[in-house]
Design a protein around this ligand. Structure first.
Ligand code: NAD
Length: 344
């Protein structure tokens, strides 16, 4: 029998609970240890999942019986905790956003490369059946020339959301709507459309619930010639309406929406879909959850010593686009990517 891949969860909060359930659903994975600075969630997790409890991160990293450290702490802690894990020789699975700055993202990528450990970033929406189907259509060139694409996040994050966990409202811990919520959809947009060459964006902090922006809009130009639009809000009244990706090509149109980009709303092509592309339910109501697929892919990557589907360099792409939008909003100018290239 295969040796199980042993995970440790750091930060025993909302997302860690979802990781724990996903690990439990994977027969070749085990939740072996948990770490939190707060004793209450730490003990609760350790008891519920039968995992070793650590209140000291360095002691956790010394545990020889751990393969992957999953970083589910507030976002501003991801990079430094990931670097420490890599230096201890552990593989790293980091929640989105992988870091809040490109310098930090690069520190994390370099630390993992230097230690020859695997780095994965949790962008589980890439594993949704409808999104995989769209990606297949893109790869097969079924759209013909892709003219434009939209990433739309119209969500509501109210006072309760920020009061439940104070880090969420801090710019240097959670960011704003772009880094904290829309990053998933921006990741999908760039995954489908390819390299972004420039952005022009505006951001605004309207309601004062978060230090970061609660609305961000941007226009993007892609290296392949298409144009993109990002609309991201965490201030939609009275509740979350949609997270949608739309792709418009000369021979096809696809819109995948619902509240969390899982429902095919429009699927039109001038050519028939190849047999075998459609799964039992393209809207993902059957089969494994996207997070199970994402964590399972990480485990397989560690086992096979290959890159996970979303490795550090993939995770960095959406971060760079967001930082460019924020920079454009400050300067009032179009920002050319890659960021920092002009100075090099
Ligand atoms: N992939 C997704 O769809 C998704 C969804 C929600 C959140 N997230 C990400 O997951 C991360 C955690 O979000 P959450 O909603 O679970 O937060 P949370 O506040 O529910 O949990 C965070 C936990 O980290 C602990 N913590 C804080 N500082 C710590 C430290 N220095 N050392 C150890 N533990 C510490 C807290 O005590 C808490 O238990 C964030 O980066 C967030 O962006 C991802």
């Amino acid at each position: 029998m295969l040796k199980k891949i042993k995970f440790a969860l750091t930060g025993c909060g909302n997302m860690a609970a979802k990781h724990a359930e996903a690990i439990a659903a994977l027969p070749d994975c085990e939740l072996a240890a948990v770490y939190d600075i707060d004793q209450a969630p730490l003990q609760q997790f350790a008891g519920k999942y039968g995992a070793r409890a650590y209140a000291d991160y360095l002691l956790l990293l010394e545990d020889p019986d751990l393969d992957v450290i999953s970083i589910c702490t507030p976002s501003g802690l991801h990079a430094s905790m990931g670097v420490a894990a890599a230096r201890a020789g552990k593989n790293v699975l980091v929640e989105k956003p992988m870091a809040l700055s490109l310098d930090d993202a690069d520190r994390l990528i370099e630390a993992c490369e230097k230690a020859a450990v695997t780095l994965g970033v949790v962008h589980q929406n890439r594993f949704k059946p409808a999104i995989l189907r769209l990606n297949r259509a893109m790869e097969e060139g079924r759209f013909g020339k892709v003219m434009h694409a939209n990433a739309t996040v119209r969500w509501n994050r109210n006072k309760d959301y920020y009061e439940q966990k104070t880090w969420r409202r801090l710019k240097d811990m959670g960011g704003g709507v772009l880094l904290n919520q829309a990053i998933h959809n921006i990741d999908l947009l760039q995954w489908m459309m390819g390299r972004v060459v420039s952005v022009f964006g505006y951001t605004a902090a309207n309601l004062g619930l978060t230090e970061g922006e609660d609305v961000g809009v941007a226009v993007l130009r892609f290296a392949g010639g298409g144009l993109g639009i990002v609309e991201a809000s965490s201030a939609v009244y009275p509740r979350s309406l949609e997270e949608t990706i739309s792709i418009f090509g000369e021979k096809g149109t696809v819109i995948i929406g619902g509240t969390s980009v899982g429902e095919v709303k429009v699927w039109k092509f001038n050519s028939p879909e190849k047999e075998g592309v459609l799964g039992p339910d393209v809207n993902g109501r059957s089969g494994e959850s996207p997070l199970v697929c994402c964590i399972g892919d990480m485990a397989q990557a560690v086992r096979a010593q290959r890159k996970p589907k979303v490795d550090g360099r993939e995770g960095r792409k959406a971060l760079e686009i967001i930082l460019a939008i924020q920079q454009s909003s400050v300067t009032g100018k179009e920002v050319v990517l890659p960021l920092g290239a002009a100075e090099n």
